[in-house]
Design a protein around this ligand. Structure first.
Ligand SMILES: C[C@H](O)[C@H](O)[C@H]1CNC2=NC(N)=NC(=O)C2=N1
Length: 104
């Protein structure tokens, strides 16, 4: 079944269990600082592997030691769905092992 866009309330409920993630412009966003450039790239590759597993893909931007992530669901016209929340949860599980910390 096609994913349904979440309401603002549903998004807020999901975000309460995802510290560091925010909803902005119909996307879920997270900004990480890593211990260096290679750790940032390593986390990007790890996130990419998770994305391939889930069949759901975020925008990933590495700038030196920073990884910026933004995701929504293209198939519903660029809205936030459970697929985005699921990906965010999986990313939160893997990020700490890379030394990721919250960036502004
Ligand atoms: C066939 C494939 O699963 C789809 O095209 C997937 C790929 N990754 C995707 N990623 C995102 N963010 N939204 C989508 O709708 C989407 N669709």
């Amino acid at each position: 079944m096609a994913p349904q866009p979440l309401t603002e309330l549903e998004i807020a409920e999901c975000l309460s269990g995802l510290p560091g993630w925010a909803a902005r412009d119909d996307r879920l966003e997270r900004h990480y600082a890593l211990p260096g450039h290679l750790p940032a790239v390593a986390l990007l590759v790890h996130v990419a592997a998770v994305q391939e597993e889930l069949g759901h893909h975020a925008e990933l931007t590495v700038t030196y030691n920073r990884l910026d992530i933004a995701v929504n669901t293209h198939s519903v016209g660029g809205r936030v769905t459970q697929l985005d929340v699921q990906l965010a949860r999986r990313i939160e599980e893997i990020a700490p092992a890379h030394g990721a910390e919250s960036a502004g």
